[in-house]
Unconditional design. Structure first.
Length: 134
């Protein structure tokens, strides 16, 4: 089961977080995913990057998560699988991005891969610009 929920999803490479930007991006992604885990779908949209908000409306985002994420149940575990910096993403302005994959387990789905794109980084803040789960 996979769904692209914004225009800026991507595939990450096999690298792991090794620098301050990637560490900060991963922390921001986990905080943002925490909103989704708590069912705060509208809030996650409001906390996303402008490029994300321009790609999907708040009602569409909420409806997509109700159909795709909610049935998976409570979060059991989430571990960083990979993180990779990028400066260009399809359908998004050039900037500093971090594309990461998480190996995630939910109550109703033992193994899932979540891909989160954070960026472009602005004013020291990382915001979600893409999300894909399968």
């Amino acid at each position: 089961m996979g769904i692209l929920l914004s225009g800026c999803g991507g595939k990450a490479g096999n690298t792991t977080a090794v620098n301050a930007d990637e560490t900060a991006g991963i922390a921001a992604a986990k905080a943002w995913l925490g909103l989704i885990d708590q069912g705060q779908y509208a809030e996650s949209w409001h906390e996303a990057a402008p490029v994300f908000q321009g790609a999907v409306t708040e009602p569409s985002w909420t409806n997509a998560l109700l159909k795709v994420r909610q049935p998976l149940g409570n979060l059991i575990s989430r571990n960083v699988k990979s993180a990779q910096e990028a400066t260009q993403m399809p359908g998004a302005p050039d900037g500093k991005y971090i594309v990461m994959q998480f190996e995630t387990s939910f109550a109703n789905k033992q193994s899932a891969i979540e891909t989160v794109t954070m960026g472009p980084e602005q004013n020291g803040q990382w915001r979600a610009s893409g999300y894909y789960i399968k």
